[in-house]
Design a protein around this ligand. Structure first.
Ligand SMILES: NC(=O)c1cc2c(=O)c3cc(F)ccc3oc2nc1N
Length: 331
């Protein structure tokens, strides 16, 4: 076999392994449905690394080996969002939720449908894909200008470097640190005499705003996507469509969303998820209720700060049991 033949076989193998490993990662991370063992995956991963070392010019941009770079950034560059990333209005009790539902029905009509979602307690991010390729990621920032965290978000294994369809799309979601990763991180920091993080949201924020993406890569961050900015060529005309099509594109969404038509159904979902909250592997600080149909959302519109077609029902801040010790009561 000539040297050239061997090279073309090896390069074809690099492309095949890149595609295969990304497909396994999609099943594992986006669909939470592993289709091969970690050992088998690691074996293929090492084979790809060896071939890439032999032919570095043939390394694919979307290769799973390219998620963690060596460069340490000096500072975060700014990114102006294509459309503002607004924040949600809050409801602190069921009366306020009922008013939100009644107002929506009054302004849109009795046919209106809602989608209820868990409110993931993390930090918002916007991720740009061009022709299916991962291009840039930015924090919400002040809603208009965010910070470029492209290199850090690249280290999150459930964020695909190449979508399963070559589309232009901006997706938005919540980056979070799973509860077990948070506890393990704080234990390690405590042993190292470092200050611990107060809660998973702070540790996720601290981990994603790292100038060194190797640190971010070590923090086991994850993401759920819940919205986006995209052309009306895409078959996504409602929040339900979004949750159906995003996984087909390779994007991870939360599985516990539910379509509700009445306030009573929304209340039942809130009560069910409030009870379920402590079993979840990630932190939630409430429930987001959204009007489902995008044209109905446009009918309701926006205030300066927030959409009028969504509301965040916030859980009461958890009373942290504080037992009071050793206080000398003076009488
Ligand atoms: N933390 C969350 O899990 C979560 C957050 C938002 C938003 O912040 C949000 C902000 C908007 F202006 C519009 C829709 C939104 O939908 C959202 N949906 C979610 N599930």
């Amino acid at each position: 076999m000539t040297k050239d033949n061997q090279q073309s076989i090896d390069v074809a193998r690099i492309e095949a392994l890149t595609h295969l490993l990304n497909d396994y990662a999609y099943q594992y991370y986006a669909l939470d449905n592993p289709t091969i063992s970690d050992t088998e995956y690691d074996k293929l991963y090492r084979e790809l690394q060896d071939l890439e070392a032999k032919y570095p010019t043939f390394i694919q941009a979307e290769s799973p080996t390219q998620r963690v770079g060596d460069a340490v950034s000096e500072a975060f560059t700014k990114v102006t969002h294509s459309q503002p990333m607004m924040s949600l209005g809050n409801a602190f009790n069921f009366e306020e939720v009922a008013k939100f539902v009644a107002d929506a029905k009054k302004n849109v009509g009795e046919h209106i449908r809602f989608v209820c979602e868990l409110k993931i307690d993390g930090l918002s991010v916007a991720i740009q894909y061009e022709n299916g390729r991962y291009v840039r990621a930015a924090t919400r920032g002040d809603g208009v200008v965010g910070e470029d965290i492209t290199n850090n978000v690249r280290t999150i294994k459930s964020v695909p470097m190449k979508l399963r369809q070559d589309i232009d799309i901006e997706v938005r979601g919540e980056i979070y640190m799973p509860k077990d990763a948070f506890l393990a991180l704080n234990e390690k920091r405590e042993e190292a005499g470092l200050p611990t993080f107060a809660n998973p949201r702070n540790s996720a924020a601290g981990s994603i705003r790292q100038l060194d993406s190797k640190v971010t890569a070590s923090r086991n961050l994850n993401i759920f996507l819940y919205s986006g900015v995209f052309s009306d060529q895409l078959p996504i005309k409602s929040q339900q469509d979004l949750f159906q099509h995003f996984p087909d594109y390779g994007l991870r969404v939360n599985p516990l969303t539910r379509v509700c038509e009445t306030f009573e159904e929304i209340q039942a979902y809130i009560e069910e998820m409030t009870a379920k909250r402590h079993e979840l592997s990630y932190g939630i600080d409430g429930i987001v209720i959204k009007v489902d149909d995008f044209s109905d959302q446009e009918t309701l519109g926006y205030t300066v700060k927030a959409p009028k077609w969504a509301i965040a029902y916030k859980f009461q801040a958890e009373e942290v049991e504080t037992t009071i010790h050793d206080i000398e009561w003076t009488v």
